[in-house]
Design a protein around this ligand. Structure first.
Ligand SMILES: Cc1ncc(C[n+]2csc(CCOP(=O)(O)OP(=O)(O)O)c2C)c(N)n1
Ligand SMILES: [Mg+2]
Length: 365
């Protein structure tokens, strides 16, 4: 028998609308009302400044370990901007701007980062799942939710977030395969920030793009400039329309960069160069969006300074509220009680260590 060829679709679209110099491709510009554009700007700025504040609170011992989002604001905010409260968000741990957009109070983020379970509930007014720390596990939760949406004949979508590192987990492949076979309304948003702690993107897969993984599972896939809020918005909007129309799942790869540490327990100087970080600083999603808004006449030069001041006041008020709230919530030691009826030995040890460390830091104060 002769060898024959099975022809496959082998191209992945790359989308960029607003480039790093702020130059706009008008033919691709999504139609977003001015009021929404300004709210998106405010949310990105608030998330960036709050991220900086959380970093300093951690350094002062006022919150626990946390993963900064700086540089990735557009990559996750752009994806949720057109969703309804009844749509499901199934996050990883680096989507703070999306959380804020959906209505999560800043103080709840501080309380969560101090180990209180009170901040880990699904809120009554929107379908936002809690943060998921085990890498990749949340993709399967999203597919289950999407399957339930389809089964019930609803028109909502389930949008899940994960990093480049998560694409090496079995969970990612199971989730994409299932979503293809069952044509569920799932949207997989990969924040490819070039690093999985100290593992670079090049060591994650030999595939030239992460988006092309969609081809193998028979779902739609696209790669976008993740620091371009307009491109992320446009790609997510298409994916949402496809999902609502019963045409199945989409994988969106947002090419972005983690500007800060992986978490507050990490030192990136040990594995990446300052030159690399500097190169990405020039692609900052917020300054680029400000150039766009200014060119549209929506953001006067002095408006940014006013926004900065308003955002700082909002953050300070939230820090004060969180610290008040935590006085009423009791001892953070309670976090050790929540998972098991009988505490395993390793948790007892961690609890003891926590008590010891806390006593030491209180003595230092
Ligand atoms: C199942 C599992 N394995 C390992 C870890 C430790 N860990 C936390 S984040 C991380 C890297 C994740 O990289 P990526 O998916 O690219 O997301 P990013 O942190 O860059 O946002 C690892 C290995 C974990 N949380 N869960
Ligand atoms: Mg990563």
């Amino acid at each position: 028998m002769p060898r024959t060829r099975i022809e496959l679709a082998d191209a992945i679209e790359y989308l960029s609308i607003l480039d790093e110099n702020g130059t706009l491709d008008r033919s691709l510009e999504p139609s977003i009302p001015a009021e929404t554009l300004l709210r998106l700007h405010r949310t990105m700025l608030l998330a960036r400044r709050f991220d900086e504040r959380l970093l300093s609170l951690q350094r002062q011992g006022r919150i626990g370990t946390f993963p900064p989002i700086a540089g990735q604001e557009a990559a996750h905010l752009g994806a949720v901007a057109m969703l309804r409260p009844s749509d499901w968000i199934v996050p990883a741990f680096r989507e703070m701007a999306a959380d804020i957009w959906r209505g999560r109070p800043l103080e709840s983020i501080i309380v969560y980062n101090n180990g209180f379970n009170e901040a880990g509930r699904i809120p009554a007014d929107r379908n936002d799942m809690p943060i998921s720390i085990p890498v990749g596990s949340q993709l399967l939760h999203a597919v289950g939710i999407a399957w339930a949406i389809k089964y019930r004949g609803q028109s909502d979508v389930a949008m899940t977030f994960f990093g480049d590192g998560a694409t090496s987990q079995g969970d990612f492949h199971e989730a994409l395969n299932f979503s293809g076979v069952f044509q569920v309304p799932a949207i997989f948003v990969c924040q490819n920030n070039q690093w999985a702690i100290s593992i670079p993107r090049a060591k994650q897969t030999r595939s030239p793009t992460l988006a092309q993984k969609a081809l193998a599972y028979g779902i739609a896939g696209i790669q976008v400039d993740g620091n371009d809020l307009l491109a992320v918005y446009a790609a997510a909007d298409e994916a949402v329309q496809r999902a609502r129309a019963g045409q199945g799942a989409t994988l969106i790869e947002c090419v972005t960069y983690r500007m800060a540490v992986h978490t507050t327990a990490d030192d990136p100087k040990r594995y990446r160069t300052d030159a690399e970080v500097e190169e990405w600083r020039r692609k900052d999603p917020i300054t680029r969006f400000q150039t766009y808004l200014a060119a549209k006449g929506l953001l006067a030069a002095d408006a940014v300074a006013a926004e900065e001041a308003a955002v700082q006041a909002e953050i300070q008020a939230a820090v004060d509220r969180a610290e008040e709230q935590m006085k009423r919530l009791g001892d953070p030691l309670l976090m050790f009680e929540h998972a098991y009826a009988q505490m395993p030995a390793y948790l007892k040890e961690q609890r003891e260590e926590f008590i010891r460390l806390r006593a030491e830091t209180q003595e230092e104060k």
